[in-house]
Design a protein around this ligand. Structure first.
Ligand SMILES: [Zn+2]
Length: 51
């Protein structure tokens, strides 16, 4: 039994800076990658990520 105290998993999602409640999810789009709020369209926060 390993007693590893991992507080949070690595794949912790960032919180949307606009609404503060939604999580940012990454989506693949034609131009590359796009990060958007997961409660879209209630929150329209979108951030483009260039390669
Ligand atoms: Zn949001």
């Amino acid at each position: 039994m390993s007693d590893q105290s991992h507080r949070e998993s690595r794949g912790e999602a960032s919180v949307c800076p606009k609404c503060g409640v939604g999580a940012l999810v990454q989506k693949k789009v034609r131009l590359g990658a796009m990060v958007g709020c997961h409660i879209w369209p209630r929150c329209d926060y979108v951030q483009m990520r260039s390669n």
